[in-house]
Design a binder for this molecule. Structure first.
Ligand SMILES: Nc1nc2c(ncn2[C@@H]2O[C@H](COP(=O)(O)OP(=O)(O)O)[C@@H](O)[C@H]2O)c(=O)[nH]1
Ligand SMILES: [Mg+2]
Length: 242
């Protein structure tokens, strides 16, 4: 089905994948089910050394759904490269970034699109700390660190926007093209919120629930959080040029 969307939104969805199988299928199918004509394409960006089962699943999805495409990540390692390659390929007016492990709630994409339809904002982020959002099966220590981090950086950046570290959002393609992206690993998740914010783009947020993966494991060790901190300070001190 290829009905155009009344609001003119054509959404390219970038799904980062590192060996996921059933979670990826569910992610893709739950978004297609909710599509009101805005999905232009779903680009799976797969880590090249993902499992054979993962590639079999990707092949199955591209055979079954016209809108699904597969890109094998060229530069490694890191999800930053994956998102950046996907963002370059995107042909839509807007670009979503998300995970293939079902931790990023597929239904939140529709809520984000509605927020863009209502406000024509430049960026809409998923926020797990808003009423209606939340964390299930999240590491306790990570949750405490996350809360402290949000408090410190919301204060430093003087913003009402929360969940600054979360890599689940939609950006206008023009916003993406106007920014010099530098993150190669998970720090891309904070960069994609803080740099548009620093540039004065209009950001909105919607609540979303994070549910810990049941398949595979995270590629984001706790120590990598220092890369988030490094990126946040670099952006803070580089001002609007970021
Ligand atoms: N293409 C690609 N995907 C990745 C890479 N690292 C992680 N991912 C995927 O990106 C999503 C988010 O990463 P994850 O390791 O779960 O990080 P966490 O959710 O922060 O713990 C998951 O679906 C991963 O499988 C990478 O280097 N390349
Ligand atoms: Mg994850």
């Amino acid at each position: 089905m290829n009905m155009p969307n009344a609001s003119g939104i054509r959404l390219s969805i970038i799904v980062a994948v590192y060996s996921e199988t059933s979670s990826l299928v569910e992610t893709v199918e739950r978004m297609l089910r909710n599509d009101r004509g805005y999905i232009h394409e779903i680009i799976i960006v797969a880590f090249p050394r993902s499992s054979k089962e993962c590639f079999d699943v990707c092949e199955g999805l591209i055979r079954k759904y016209d809108k699904v495409k597969l890109h094998i990540q060229q530069k490694t390692p890191g999800i930053g490269w994956a998102f950046r390659e996907g963002m370059k390929m995107a042909g839509g007016t807007h670009v979503a970034i998300m995970s293939g492990d079902l931790e990023t709630e597929p239904e939140a994409i529709d809520r984000m699109v509605r927020k863009i339809e209502e406000t024509d904002c430049d960026v809409v982020i998923g926020n797990r700390w808003l009423k209606g959002g939340g964390f299930h099966n999240y590491d306790r220590l990570k949750l405490v660190l996350n809360w402290i981090f949000q408090l410190i950086f919301k204060t430093l950046f003087l913003t009402r926007i929360g969940d600054l570290t979360y890599g689940f959002k939609i950006l206008k393609k023009d916003v993406i093209d106007s920014i010099n992206w530098e993150g190669t690993q998970h720090e891309i998740c904070i960069e994609t919120t803080l740099k548009p914010m620093r540039r004065g783009y209009r950001i909105e947020q919607v609540p979303t629930v994070w549910i810990g993966r049941i398949e595979g494991e995270s590629k984001n060790p706790l120590l990598r959080n220092f890369r988030y901190v490094g990126m946040a300070f670099r952006i803070l001190f580089s001002g609007a040029k970021a």
